[in-house]
Ligand binder design. Structure first.
Ligand SMILES: Nc1nc2c(c(=O)[nH]1)N[C@H]1C(S)=C(S)[C@@H](COP(=O)(O)OP(=O)(O)OC[C@H]3O[C@@H](n4cnc5c(=O)[nH]c(N)nc54)[C@H](O)[C@@H]3O)O[C@H]1N2
Ligand SMILES: Nc1nc2c(c(=O)[nH]1)N[C@H]1C(S)=C(S)[C@@H](COP(=O)(O)OP(=O)(O)OC[C@H]3O[C@@H](n4cnc5c(=O)[nH]c(N)nc54)[C@H](O)[C@@H]3O)O[C@H]1N2
Ligand code: SF4
Ligand SMILES: [Mo]
Length: 714
C-alpha cells in the first residue's frame, strides 16, 4: 500500500509543489517516487528533473549517514574518518568551541551558511541565531550571490528586504538582465514556469529582451530577443536608458514628486552616460539603446529584473539601484504589469530595515584588518574568509559550515586549501562529504528535505502569485541523519547557552507562527490541512509604497548619499573598460540543467555524455583567431590562478566572452565518487579573492567579467 504526501521542492526559488509517493509505515516508510503536484494552487504541476529525481539524493549510498571524526592529520588528503555517536561528536565539538571562545573570544569562531539553508526554514532561523549567541563572525553564500541587492534596497528603500518583482502576467515589455529563466528558474522571484510567463508576454504582442553576453536558452522566437552586452558593463546601459528617457521628456514627474527624493542628483549621474558615450564600452549601438529607451518608456506596462550575471560584476549595487530607478522614473514601480511588491502571508519588508541618518540610509563601517568593512544582513565578505583565517591578529580558529561548500563556491580555491588546515576546528553539517568537508574535523550527517518539515517562507515578498505551504516530513530521517536546528541547539546546551531544547516542546518553526497570524493563519491550522497549502490573495500593486518602502518619510531615495564613492568610481571603471584591448577575453558563468552549484554532482543521471565536465565555451570567431578547435586541451589562466579545460565552440557567445560552469573541481572529493569520477575544473581558481575582490558597498564577490588568457596544455 502506498500513499501520496503533498510536499514541495527545496532546491530553487519556484518551490514547485510535488507529490511524494510513500510505501510502508513509520520507520519503514520509503519514498517510491516523486511526481509533480498538478493540483498545487501555487505551482500547478510545474517541476523540473532535479526536483523529480531528488529521491536519488535521498537514497544516495554516498550520503553522510553517521557523524564522522577525522583521524588523519589536518590538511592530509584524502582524509580518514571514523564513525562516532552523536553524543560523543557533539560533546567533542562543544568542548572545543567553548575552549576557543574562552581563550580567544567569540570572534575566533566563524560560521559559513550556504545556499540550501535559504530553503530550510528551521535552519534559516537557527543558524544565524547560533552564531550571534556565540559572538562569532558570520559568512554566507549571499556574498557570492546577491548581497548587492540587499545593499541597494537598504539605501533606496530603507530595507534590505524589498525586491519588487516583475509582474510578468501583465507586462507588455520585459527587460531581463543577466538571468536565464529557462535554466535557473530565476532568483529573487518565486514563480513556477517562468518561461511560460515570458511566452505569455510575446503571445500578447509584447516584447521581451534578454540583455546578456550569451544568447541563452531563454532566447527563442516565443520567449524573447537577445541584446548582446559586454560583461560587467550593465551599469552604463542602465544609466544611458534612464538618461535617454529623460531626454525624451518621459520621466513620470507626478510619481517622482509623490514618491521620490534626490531626483536631480539621479539625473546628474545618468547624464554622464548618454547612449553615444556608452556604446563602445557596452558593445551596444547608440541607436539601439535609444530605441529600447523609447519602447520601454512608451509601453503600457514595462517591468525588468536582473540576476547573478549583473550581481557578480564590479558594480552590482549601483546596477540594482538604477534598475529600480528605471522602473520608478517610467511610472512602472508599484503599477500593474510593472515591478510590484507582493507581501504574501506577511509583509517582511519591515525586517532588515536600514539604519538611518537624517532622510537617508547609513552604513555602519568598522575597522577591518585591511581597511573599512561593513556587514551586509549580518554577513562578512566570503572573499575574506581565507584572510580572516590566515591573519596574525585575532584570526578565525574554528569554522562551522552549514550547507555550504566554500572551497568550490568562493573565489580563490588555492587560498582556502591553504587556510583550512590552519583551523583548530572545522565542523561541516552537510548531506555529503563534500570538497570542503575533506578538511573537516567533524562531519555531521544532515536530514534532507524529504525528511523534515518546512514552510516556504523564502518566497515572502517574492511571489507574484502568493501561496503558503507547510510541508510535513515525508519520511522520518534515515540512519542517524539529524536536522541543523537540533544540532545547534544541542551545542548551545553543551556550551551553557540558552537553547530551544530547554523547552519541553521545542518547535523550530515557532517564530513563523507570529508572521502567519498577519494573514489569519497558524502553524497548527496548516499542519492540520492534508495539502498544507493555501493560495493567498495577490496584493494591490500600490502596497509597494504603503507596506514596502521603509525610509522614515516613506519616500524612495533616488540617489542615496552612501553611493557617492561608488558613483565616482563608476567613472574610473568606465575609463578603464574603454581602454581595454579589443582582444581581451572575459570569463562569465554558465549554469546548466545538469548541475546545481557544487551539489547534485553525485547524481549519476545528471552526468550525461555532454555533461561530464565543464568545458570552456568559446565563440567561433575567438576560437578561429587563436587556431583552436572543439575539444582542444587548454590552460586558462590569469593572475589569480590557472585551470585546465577543453574548448567547446559555442555560437551562443558574444565574441570576446568565454564561459564556464562553476561548482566543478571534485578531483579530491572521495566522499562523492560520482563527482570525483567526472571532476571537471574549479573555475573559481580564476576568480579573485581577498581585499580588492568584492564590492565594498555590499561585500558581493566579483565573479563575472574576469580577464583570462589561454595557452595550450602541456
Ligand atoms: N564561479 C561561480 N561561482 C559561484 C556562482 C557562480 O555563478 N559562478 N554562484 C554562486 C551562488 S549564486 C551561490 S548561491 C553559491 C553557493 O555556494 P554554497 O552554498 O557554498 O555551495 P553549494 O554548492 O550550494 O553547496 C551546498 C552544500 O549544501 C549541501 N546541502 C544540500 N542540502 C542540504 C541540507 O538540507 N542541509 C545541509 N546541511 N546541507 C545541504 C550540499 O550537499 C552542498 O554540499 O555559489 C556561488 N559560486
Ligand atoms: N540548473 C540550475 N539552476 C539553478 C542553479 C544552478 O546552479 N543550476 N543555481 C541556483 C542559484 S543559487 C541561483 S542564485 C540562481 C541564479 O539564477 P540566474 O542568475 O538566472 O543564473 P544564471 O543561469 O547563471 O544566469 C546568469 C546569466 O548572466 C549572464 N551574464 C554573465 N555576466 C554578465 C554580465 O556582465 N552582464 C549581463 N547582463 N549578463 C551576464 C550569463 O550569461 C547568464 O546567462 O539559479 C538557481 N538555479
Ligand atoms: S525548478 Fe527548482 S524548485 Fe522546481 S523542481 Fe526544479 S529544482 Fe525544484
Ligand atoms: Mo545563488
Amino acid at each position: 500500500m502506498s500513499k501520496q504526501v503533498h510536499t514541495y521542492c527545496r532546491i530553487c526559488e519556484p518551490a514547485c509543489g510535488l507529490l511524494a509517493e510513500v510505501a510502508g509505515e513509520g520507520a519503514d516508510a520509503e519514498v517510491v517516487r516523486i511526481l509533480p503536484d498538478r493540483e498545487h494552487p501555487g505551482t500547478g504541476g510545474f517541476a523540473c528533473h532535479k526536483g523529480l529525481k531528488f529521491s536519488e539524493v535521498h537514497t544516495d549510498p554516498s550520503r553522510l549517514n553517521a557523524p564522522l571524526k577525522r583521524i588523519s592529520a589536518a590538511g592530509e588528503l584524502p582524509a580518514q574518518f571514523s564513525e562516532i555517536g552523536w553524543d560523543h561528536a557533539l560533546e567533542g565539538i562543544g568542548a572545543r568551541l567553548q575552549a576557543i571562545r574562552e581563550r580567544h573570544g567569540g570572534s575566533a569562531i566563524a560560521g559559513f551558511m550556504g545556499n540550501p539553508t535559504a530553503f530550510n526554514s528551521s535552519a534559516a532561523q537557527a543558524v544565524p541565531g547560533f552564531f550571534k549567541k556565540l559572538g562569532a563572525r558570520f559568512f554566507s553564500s549571499a556574498t557570492q550571490d546577491c548581497s548587492n541587492k540587499f545593499a541597494a534596497s537598504e539605501a533606496v528603500y530603507g530595507t534590505a528586504n524589498l525586491h519588487p518583482t516583475p509582474d510578468l502576467d501583465h507586462s507588455d515589455y520585459f527587460l531581463c538582465l543577466g538571468e536565464n529563466p529557462r535554466v535557473s528558474h530565476m532568483s529573487f522571484i518565486s514563480l513556477a514556469d517562468p518561461v511560460q510567463a515570458l511566452r505569455g508576454i510575446v503571445a500578447r504582442g509584447g516584447r521581451v529582451l534578454h540583455v546578456n553576453p550569451r544568447r541563452t536558452e531563454s532566447v527563442t522566437p516565443a520567449t524573447g530577443d537577445w541584446l548582446p552586452i559586454r560583461p560587467d558593463t550593465d551599469l552604463y546601459l542602465l544609466a544611458a536608458l534612464i538618461h535617454e528617457i529623460d531626454r525624451l521628456g518621459r520621466f513620470d514627474n507626478e510619481v517622482l514628486a509623490r514618491h521620490g527624493r534626490r531626483v536631480e542628483e539621479l539625473r546628474a549621474f545618468v547624464a554622464r552616460y548618454p547612449a553615444e558615450r556608452v556604446a563602445a564600452v557596452t558593445g551596444i549601438a547608440a541607436e539601439d539603446i535609444r530605441r529600447i529607451a523609447d519602447d520601454f518608456s512608451a509601453a503600457t506596462a514595462a517591468s525588468l529584473h536582473m540576476s547573478t550575471g549583473v550581481n557578480m560584476g564590479r558594480q552590482g549595487t549601483l546596477c540594482y539601484w538604477l534598475l529600480q530607478m528605471l522602473s520608478l522614473v517610467t511610472g512602472n514601480l508599484g503599477r500593474r504589469g510593472g515591478n510590484v511588491y507582493s507581501p504574501g502571508f506577511f509583509p517582511s519588508a519591515g525586517f532588515g530595515r536600514a539604519k538611518v541618518q537624517g532622510d537617508a540610509a547609513r552604513i555602519d563601517w568598522f575597522d577591518g584588518p585591511q581597511g573599512p568593512l561593513r556587514e551586509i544582513t549580518g554577513t562578512l565578505p566570503g572573499n575574506l574568509l581565507a584572510d580572516f583565517i590566515e591573519q596574525d591578529e585575532n584570526p578565525i580558529r574554528a569554522l562551522v559550515i552549514v550547507a555550504g561548500n566554500p572551497l568550490l563556491s568562493v573565489g580563490g580555491e588555492a587560498r582556502l586549501r591553504a587556510a583550512f588546515p590552519k583551523l583548530e576546528l572545522l565542523v561541516v553539517l552537510d548531506l555529503y562529504r563534500n570538497a570542503s568537508g575533506e578538511y573537516a574535523d567533524y562531519l555531521l550527517p544532515m536530514a534532507d528535505w524529504l525528511e523534515r518539515e518546512d514552510i516556504n517562507s523564502l518566497g515572502l515578498g517574492l511571489q507574484p502569485r502568493p501561496w503558503v505551504q507547510l510541508a510535513p516530513a515525508v519520511v522520518a530521517p534515515k540512519f542517524q541523519r539529524r536536522q541543523e536546528w537540533w544540532v545547534l541547539a544541542r551545542l548551545e546546551q553543551l556550551m551553557g547557552l540558552p537553547s530551544l531544547l530547554d523547552s519541553d516542546n521545542p518547535d523550530p518553526l515557532a517564530g513563523t507562527d507570529k508572521l502567519l497570524a498577519a494573514s489569519g493563519l497558524s502553524l497548527e491550522q496548516l499542519r492540520g490541512e492534508p495539502g498544507g497549502c493555501t493560495a493567498l490573495p495577490p496584493a494591490a500593486p500600490e502596497v509597494l509604497y504603503s507596506k514596502g518602502v521603509q525610509l522614515p518619510d516613506g519616500r524612495i531615495d533616488c540617489c542615496p548619499p552612501v553611493f557617492a564613492e561608488a558613483m565616482a568610481r563608476a567613472e574610473d571603471l568606465f575609463v578603464e573598460l574603454a581602454a581595454e584591448p579589443q582582444n581581451q577575453l572575459k570569463l562569465i558563468n554558465l549554469r546548466t540543467h545538469y548541475m546545481h552549484n557544487s551539489w547534485l554532482h553525485n547524481v549519476e543521471r545528471l552526468k550525461r555524455a555532454q555533461q561530464r565536465d565543464n568545458p570552456l565555451h568559446m565563440a567561433p570567431a575567438d576560437a578561429e583567431a587563436r587556431g583552436l578547435a572543439d575539444g582542444d586541451a587548454l590552460v586558462v589562466e590569469n593572475t589569480n590562478g590557472s585551470i585546465e579545460a577543453r574548448v567547446r565552440i559555442d555560437a551562443s557567445l558574444r565574441t570576446g566572452v568565454v564561459a564556464m560552469s562553476h561548482g566543478w573541481g571534485n578531483a579530491h572529493t572521495p566522499g562523492m565518487p560520482v563527482a570525483q569520477r567526472h571532476p571537471g575544473s574549479n573555475v573559481n581558481r580564476l576568480l579573485p579573492s581577498g581585499i580588492d575582490s568584492y564590492e565594498k558597498l555590499s561585500n558581493q564577490a566579483v565573479m563575472t567579467g574576469i580577464a583570462v588568457s589561454l595557452r595550450a596544455a602541456d
